[in-house]
Design a protein. Structure first.
Length: 499
């Protein structure tokens, strides 16, 4: 049972991470767990406001019984859970256990913010609702006001819960009711560093190292994203863009280096580089504190250039993830990506000049995409030859513009949605189905492998070259075959059965 607490007595609240690697074959294969920073920030502000906190971490637990034992031992009156769509089922199982022990159950995070009814209306085997309140958007201020209300601190229990901003709950008519939106926190330096002392960092170190030979921690420097990609779920931080000071970030890096000495860190900002001046200030602050740690981050192809990339590399940047998505400008425009194909080429060239690993996120299956668009994506991959990439089948997350576009065509909006991070087509789009896109993913990969071997970027044996060539011919043929089947070239929508 992985629980750490700020008190030896009954804690005021237990926060719980519902990721169970034991129940997720995709996570078992990846083995790149990061504890949710959101929960660690909440723990910090709760402790700062004199609330005792217990932290349950399901990451390396074998089953839900560990949470049952945690509830029996610590007996918290309030339980706070976070959830992504991929951990929804786990999180609701923990909510059922918490409610069975008489706790008030609070949810926050991207999925509860995007689809609160999936939580507030969830019932256990006896038909009883188990979730009391959803905190939407940023939670640090809201959780303190809510805790004051629930515990009666300073008479806050006398005020109506409807006066607390940033909440959703079921009203007396069984309808989802929202209170006013909570204004975003402008002074991010006012938020204490994440309470990493409340997690078993050594367990993360051991599991990372066993799987990869190194281990990693995460930090976040900014909140929000000013761009409007239709498939991106911005439920927590929205389209605002706020950053903590470069000095504040550098100080956290110094502490991480001193306390934990990770082999690398991952900067989990939606985008690094929106504020160009901030990047150079960060560079100076990190150098001044001798806080450089190898790191990876996400950025955009329309933001980076050689001077910025050089500054990032000098403080440890080894790898940058770019949302390239497609080699077709038509598809990028449909996504409202806000970038141009030629910018992808320039970003790749700049990274290669500086010596930073280039990683692309590619996406297939977006509405309106046709075979010619897929060929343009292949051209992008073979021309720019990123060091690595992954291809995702477009998936509509609740709360996004993409979801609204295809909501009447969703095929899996229940257990299949939230099972794992397994990637599959979740909405009907003519003849193109998951089977087709599985072959497209292989096609992309084989075209890229063969191109890198021909250019000399990858040194492969004759056997590997021949095997990749064979795989390329097979995947090309299968994609062409499936596309030529009746209605295979169409990308029209039709409602999913039963909807």
């Amino acid at each position: 049972m992985t629980v750490r607490s700020t008190t030896t007595d009954r804690p005021d609240i237990m926060l719980a991470n519902p990721l169970f690697i034991s129940k997720d074959p995709v996570e078992q294969k990846l083995m790149t767990p990061y504890f949710p920073l959101g929960l660690l920030y909440l723990a910090s502000v709760l402790r700062q406001n004199d609330y005792s906190v217990a932290m349950f971490d399901g990451t390396f637990e074998p089953d839900y019984d560990s949470f049952e034992r945690a509830m029996q031992q610590y007996k918290p009156k309030i339980v706070g859970l976070t959830a992504l769509i991929t951990t929804r089922n786990n999180a609701l199982k923990l909510a059922e256990i918490a409610k069975r022990h008489g706790a008030t159950v609070i949810f926050g995070g991207p999925d509860p913010t995007g689809k609160p009814e999936a939580y507030l209306r969830h019932t256990n085997a006896k038909g009883q609702r188990v979730v009391d309140i959803v905190v939407w958007d940023e939670g640090e201020v809201t959780i303190i006001e809510l805790m004051n209300h629930l515990t009666g601190r300073n008479g806050a229990d006398l005020m109506s819960i409807k006066q607390i901003k940033g909440l959703r709950f079921l009203n007396e008519h069984g309808e989802v009711e929202s209170t006013l939106r909570r204004p975003p926190i402008d002074d991010m330096d006012s938020i204490p560093f994440p309470a990493r002392d409340l997690i078993d960092v050594e367990a993360y170190r051991q599991n990372w190292t066993k799987a990869h030979g190194y281990w990693s921690l995460s930090i976040i420097n900014t909140r929000g994203c000013p761009y409007a990609c239709t498939w991106c779920q911005k439920g927590i931080f929205g389209r605002s863009y706020r950053s903590r000071s470069a000095e504040n970030s550098a100080e956290e890096m110094r502490l991480l280096k001193e306390l934990y000495n990770p082999d690398q860190i991952r900067v989990v900002d939606d985008i690094t580089g929106v504020d160009r001046k901030w990047v150079f200030d960060w560079h100076e602050a990190v150098i001044e504190r001798d806080a450089a740690i190898p790191f990876e981050c996400l950025s955009r192809v329309n933001l980076v250039d050689v001077p910025m990339l050089t500054a990032l590399k000098e403080i440890g940047c080894k790898k940058i993830y770019f949302g390239a998505e497609s080699g077709s400008q038509k598809v990028l425009n449909a996504m409202k990506k806000g970038s141009k194909v030629d910018q992808i080429y320039r970003a790749a060239e700049a990274c290669r000049e500086v010596g930073i690993h280039i990683y692309y996120f590619m996406m297939v299956g977006y509405p309106g995409e046709e075979m010619d668009d897929l060929r343009q994506s292949v051209k992008l991959l073979t021309d720019t030859q990123p060091d690595s990439f992954s291809t995702t089948i477009a998936y509509p997350l609740p709360g996004t513009e993409f979801y609204q576009q295809v909501r009447d065509r969703i095929m899996h909006d229940g257990d299949d949605w939230a099972f794992t991070a397994e990637n599959k087509l979740l909405f009907q789009r003519g003849k193109y189905n998951t089977w087709f896109y599985r072959w497209v993913q292989m096609w992309f990969h084989k075209e890229w492998e063969v191109a890198r071997a021909i250019s000399g970027k990858d040194k492969l044996s004759l056997y590997r070259r021949a095997r990749n060539r064979a795989g390329l011919y097979v995947s090309r043929a299968m994609v062409k075959l499936i596309a030529k089947l009746p209605n295979g070239g169409k990308v029209e929508f039709k409602p999913a059965p039963g909807r």
